[in-house]
Design a protein around this ligand. Sequence first.
Ligand code: UD1
Ligand code: CA
Length: 456
Amino acid sequence: MDRQELTAVILAAGKGTRMRSSRPKVLHQICGRYMLEHVLYAAQEAGVNQQIVVVGHQGETIKQEIHFPVEYVNQYEQLGTGHAVMQAREKLRNFRGSLLVLCGDTPMLTADTLRHLWQVHQKGNAAATILTAVLPDATGYGRIVRQESGSVCKIVEQRDATLEEKRINEINTGTYCFDGACLLEALDQLTPENDQGEYYLTDVIEIFVRKGLKVQAFPASDPVEVKGVNNRVQLAESEAVLRERVCKKLMLQGVSIMDIACTYIDMDVKIGQDTIVYPGVLLEGQTEIGENCIIGPQTRIVDSFIGDGVEIMQSFIRQAQIGSHNTIGPYAYVRPGTQTAEAVKIGGFVEVKKSSIGKGSKVPHLSYVGDTKIGEDVNIGAGTIVCNYDGKNKYQTVVEDGAFIGSNSNLVAPVVVGKDAVTAAGSTITKNVPMEALGIARNRQTNIEDWVKRRK
Ligand code: UD1
Ligand code: CA
């Protein structure tokens, strides 16, 4: 079988009214990717080497937000699916390969199915191969009308169908593989003579049949895959399907996931072997987690790198780099620009922002650490606050290797606590503490004898 050129035309000009959204339908996200991106990735993986997206409603927004090697054509008025494909005609001039026509709102469609569709199309030497599905309830879809011999003779839309045709339960999914040249020729012959006054792409099937060209139907092995998303209920349903796929793929790669139904992992997230994911975990964006970690329960990690053997409980981490063998949480808030070395502890109710923490250092309890550079083997006592902000500017704090910050210290930035230095509990440190010194900044305790007795 000759390997032909494969181009995809993706229809995404429709308004998506039923989403009730100010955003274009295809820019709603599912597992960290736009709906349209799911389709583009599937087509790319199936072997497509050129993708043309037809945009109309909020086309500019789509062009801005989709970062994918595609070409765009505009459909200024939405005069039907046939009219949408016509907009790509210029870009397809002299095109001689196969053409996949896809919809931007079918995020569950897999590369495997598209690859099969293309193979069946090529093997059959067909002018058109329609991806179909057999549904218990076909209401609303175009129906596949077959001759007695079983060969496809046309697609009829629900609103144009006779009673008998409405009983057909094999539907047009809106995904097709065409011979490029045959399709381009047939597009010129479309007329808007139907109930909606639109140029129906589906009418090319009848045109092919009349010309004696071969039309095939290829039923999808899993009808769930071809479902479109028209409203937010279907958005959530397709998210559940994709989420399950992501989790199962990771599980087969050696990740333990306790409860798929309570685990939310984006498409691009990577997780190493023998890591265990507890329920209530959200792993988002470009997140990478190492081997042998324990993540969760109730933890959200966004755009972060987590090393090997890390334990994170009930915490929120965003844009951070966490070294190996750290323990984080419960209830830690790790904010952008945080970087930790190996064997660091960030304990309960600790917030860290734009700070680096050296090997073996600990911030075990109830602290705020911001704009701070902490060296190795430092202990930050419970309740320590770095005062990094004076209401106008932010300042740096440095705590050098081996320093010991007493509980409930305030470190007023800019300030340096030197190597192996100690600050006394309850101190408000406003001046640098030299190496190996004790910084103490609090009133001495006085006890007033018999004070209670005298008060009575
Ligand atoms: C279409 C098919 C129908 C099929 C169904 C599957 C036609 C005439 N009918 O119906 O047989 O069962 O899909 O979901 O093709 N679009 C444009 N420009 C337009 C019109 C539509 O870009 O002028 C895009 C939409 O954004 C959408 C896709 O084409 O992504 C399908 O359009 P839609 O209106 O949902 O088609 P249906 O009428 O549902
Ligand atoms: Ca539709």
